[in-house]
Design a protein around this ligand. Structure first.
Ligand code: CMC
Length: 392
């Protein structure tokens, strides 16, 4: 047993080298390819961030125009995918639909499954980033029984997504630029986060040579869990359950009680032992969206008060538990009219670029090999088979 390092949860194991994302959890710093997340969120747009994550540098004007064009050209999905959606129960969780739909892409784009060809790797990356909003919007439309809306390619990435989600055939739909900008920023904040559970899942799946669509389906499955991407949905459910600021102390007490499994959703992080820089930007975005829509949501008051109390509570201070990105995103998405079940889907839309960039980096790393963790066996020692008639 002395042969392997035992590291449950990989708290001290680096599984790869990467040039994509840097986190300093103690200082609360997040950089994509060296650029602070705050600067990208304030000045950039999501597709520029995608280019940066994929290629390592910010694009020139010409490179950006070419990239936008390439993504736009790939936004449609094969018409048979619509039939695939029809097979689901109409109340299926959209994350269940997404795991299946993204996995199904590998059955449509056979050329992109040839991962040995660098051109095909790029085409696969483009297809994934371009089609994920289309699939996400289809999952949403299906869940509410409305017809699918085709992409409209003179719109920017995020406006197009909003239109595919909220346009209906009987009415004109005009994208609200403030909301499009806010959602674009939310996408930037979620675009990558180094070797978290879903990204590690994508890399581990891809290390066997599996095709990128299948790997991203695996990543989406991992993201679904409430300890990971599912937390934004869990936060909103928690805030609704708390309901009013007066009831917060009861929930704080529960979160601190060792015998109670309840945790404050949207609090704590494996890597950040300081304020999650994304949560700060998210909080500002939440205020902007609520004010644009003229929405007064008591859940924002509950969230702000919960944060205030927790940040002054010894338990949370000692354990360095701060709000994470999911703490405010749910309130924003709710104000935009997304149902709770779509929150993690939106996370998946944004994280797709991170997954594909990490997958590509792994495939192109000459030092990478199939991921194959070892174990400490704690089961029965070797023993003799006993016929069933002789078993006590
Ligand atoms: N509420 C109450 N106590 C907590 C919380 C919380 N949200 N998070 C951690 N703790 C306590 C935990 O009980 C443990 O206490 P002790 O040392 O006495 O046993 C200590 O803090 C360390 O927690 P841990 O579970 O060992 O830490 P971890 O690094 O394994 O887990 C986490 C990180 C994010 C899973 C966890 O903090 C958590 O469950 N948070 C709530 C869910 C959440 O918001 N997830 C979103 C993460 S950010 C976005 C994303 O990754 O998708």
């Amino acid at each position: 047993t002395g042969m392997f390092t035992y590291d449950p949860g990989f708290t001290s194991t680096a599984s790869c080298e990467s040039k994509i994302t840097y986190i300093d959890g103690d200082a609360g710093v997040l950089l994509y390819r060296g650029y602070p997340i705050q600067q990208l969120a304030e000045h950039g747009d999501f597709l520029e961030t995608c280019y940066l994550l994929l290629y390592g540098e910010l694009p020139t004007g010409a490179q950006k125009a070419d990239f936008d064009y390439r993504i736009t050209r790939h936004t449609m999905v094969h018409e048979q995918m619509a039939k695939f959606f029809q097979g689901f129960r109409r109340d299926a969780h959209p994350m269940a639909v997404m795991v299946a739909a993204v996995g199904a892409l590998s059955a449509f784009y056979h050329d992109s499954t040839n991962i040995a060809d660098p051109t095909q790797r790029l085409v696969a990356s483009t297809r994934m980033i371009a089609k994920i909003p289309t699939l996400a919007a289809m999952a949403y439309k299906y869940s509410i029984g409305q017809p699918f809306v085709y992409p409209k390619n003179d719109l920017d990435y995020t406006s197009n997504f909003l239109r595919m989600c909220f346009a209906v055939p009987c009415e004109d739909y005009k994208v609200n630029p403030v909301l499009a900008r806010a959602l674009d920023r939310i996408f930037i904040l979620h675009a990558d986060h180094e070797q978290n559970a879903s990204t590690s899942t994508v890399r581990l799946s891809g290390s066997s040579g599996a095709n990128p669509f299948a790997c991203i389906a695996a990543g989406i499955a991992s993201l679904w869990g409430p300890a990971h991407g599912g937390a934004n949905e869990a936060v909103l459910k928690m805030l609704e359950e708390i309901g009013t600021p007066e009831r917060i102390p009861h929930y704080i007490a529960r979160a601190k009680d060792k015998d109670d499994p309840f945790r404050l959703m949207g609090f704590g992080h494996r890597v950040y032992k300081n304020y999650d820089p994304r949560a700060k930007i998210m909080q500002t975005t939440t205020r902007e969206v609520l004010s644009e829509l003229g929405v007064k949501d008591v859940l924002l008051d509950v969230a702000l008060e919960l944060e205030r109390i927790a940040l002054h509570d010894d338990y949370f201070i000692e354990k360095k538990l701060y709000p994470n990105i999911d703490f405010y995103s749910g309130i924003t998405l709710k104000a935009m009219n997304f149902p709770t079940a779509m929150f993690t889907v939106l996370f998946a839309v944004a994280r797709t670029v991170g997954w594909i960039a990490q997958w590509k980096e792994m495939i192109e790393d000459p030092g990478s090999k199939i991921g194959r963790p070892r174990q400490l066996y704690t089961g029965a020692p070797q023993r003799e088979y006993v016929p069933i008639t002789k078993r006590a």
